[in-house]
Design a binder for this molecule. Structure first.
Ligand code: PMP
Length: 449
């Protein structure tokens, strides 16, 4: 144990000297993760943790799948790299598989991260309108609480306080409307007698800005990182209708909700809408390699083939659609399909939600929300006032869970005091026994609150 402590200390010292982490001031002593299997990871001290967040909503299929390593290895030996300025077999097959999952005719553009997939969507949307003779349509509408990525456009679309953290001026042209957050209705209404003011806000925003200036609306089917905000069933269809009325494109960010996580291939399929553009990343490779994609309806992509002022879609991309990443993603999606893991995700989501019902009456539990195999537990100081739990209490729950071998997430807004939603999105490899463990740890920690 002493050797290991020494090694760990040395590694952490090297880490502090040579690396620069996301949010580093919050975590001066990061865990050094060394191994993984199924839904569990192991740190350098040999401690095992149930990964209640699939890394960062990523490892859908679960850790340690030899088939995925083999797919990448075999592809690297045959063709490790070639840019998609030409074509290659794994990208061709993967684009077809993604189109099948989307159940419509889509053309797929590959890139490297969720943020980049969204940037590609923004560029496509603007250029699509320009190509059709409406170059004035440059604005995007998204929602408060949404997270769409870390690059300048995606950050501007993001509706969390992080965007104001010394990164201004942000890319212009991004407008925000309130989310369908029924637990804290931004209009002070109650679902059922609200007339869906939150959806109408999009219509109003488009009218106010002038439809001739609006390119697209971007949203996740369910806000995930903003605190698991699940819309009422008629919200997305209504948004689709509003977009159609104004000739505005609907971009759905499926970076988290896609790849089977929602209990359907893509999250929007739970709501019966067809998006114009779909972005995806994370779960399409289950996190084993970086890859993202932006799928556009054929009618949209094909506008770029017609003669016009703006014929070529320019997003020259060195790594996008990397052959090994594509081969791995294809294998990942095939396995998710052949092993029935999408249905499994739905079942696990139901099971988790019903087990969590035992926590519902705890005085600090304001609301429990779920979408597929994603769950959010909103912590409050008082169930009547709904005052969000103080950061200390939220952090305490997370660290007590960690002590007991359970990793969970914390989400919401990045405004201090509103990051009060515990999040769960475990791998689909999770067993009933794992779920028991997860809920028992949570119950134990809540009893001590
Ligand atoms: N969109 C959503 C909904 C996300 O959750 C994320 C990442 N958390 C992104 C986009 C950005 O993805 P990436 O970190 O791969 O750039």
């Amino acid at each position: 144990a002493n050797d290991q402590d020494h090694e760990k200390e040395t590694l952490l010292e090297t880490d502090r000297t040579h690396m620069w982490h996301h949010m580093s001031p919050y975590n001066p002593n990061p865990m050094i993760v060394t191994e993984s299997q199924g839904s569990w990871i192991t740190d350098i001290d040999g401690n095992r943790y149930f990964d209640g967040m699939s890394g960062l909503w990523c490892v859908n299929i679960g850790y340690g799948r030899q088939e995925l390593a083999d797919a990448a290895y075999e592809q690297m030996k045959a063709l490790a790299y070639f840019p998609l300025t030409q074509s290659h077999v794994p990208a061709i097959h993967l684009s077809k598989k993604i189109s099948e999952w989307l159940a419509g005719e889509y053309r797929v553009f590959f890139s490297n991260s969720g943020s980049e997939a969204n940037e590609v969507a923004f560029k496509m949307a603007r250029q699509y309108h320009a190509q059709r003779g409406e170059p004035g349509r440059y604005k995007f509408i998204s929602r408060y609480r949404a997270y769409h990525g870390n690059t300048m456009g995606a950050l501007a679309a993001t509706g969390q306080a992080v965007r104001k953290q010394s990164y201004e001026p942000l890319a212009p042209g991004f407008k925000h409307v309130p989310p369908p957050y029924c637990y804290r209705c931004p209009y002070g209404k109650t679902y059922g007698s609200c007339n869906m003011e939150c959806a109408n806000a999009i219509d109003e925003m488009i009218n106010w800005e002038g439809a001739e200036t609006v390119a697209a609306v971007i949203m996740e089917p369910t806000i995930t990182g903003g605190g698991v905000i699940v819309p009422p069933p008629e919200y997305l269809p209504k948004v689709r209708e509003i977009c159609d009325k104004h000739g505005v494109l609907l971009i759905l960010d499926e970076v988290i909700c896609g790849a089977g996580r929602s209990g359907r291939p893509f999250g929007h399929q739970n709501f019966g809408v067809q998006p114009d553009i779909v972005t995806m990343a994370k779960g399409i490779t289950s996190g084993y390699l970086p890859l993202s994609a932006t799928a556009a309806r054929a009618e949209i992509a094909d506008v770029f083939l017609e003669p016009g002022p703006n014929q070529h879609f320019r997003h020259l991309n060195t790594f996008g659609g990397n052959p090994a990443a594509c081969a791995l993603a294809l294998r990942n999606l095939e396995l998710i399909e052949s092993e029935g893991l999408i249905e499994r995700a739905e079942q696990l989501g139901h099971d988790l939600r019903s087990k969590l019902a035992t926590l519902e009456n705890h005085p600090n539990v304001g609301d429990i929300r779920s979408f597929g195999f994603i769950c959010g537990i909103e912590l409050v100081e008082d169930r009547t006032s709904k005052a969000p739990s103080a950061p200390d209490r939220v952090l305490k729950v997370i660290s007590e869970c960690k002590k007991r071998g359970l990793l969970i997430g914390r989400n919401g807004d990045t405004i201090p005091g509103f990051n009060n939603i515990l999040t769960l999105a475990p791998p689909f490899s999770t067993t009933e026994e794992d779920l028991e463990f997860l809920v028992n740890v949570l119950r134990d920690v809540f009893e001590q609150l």
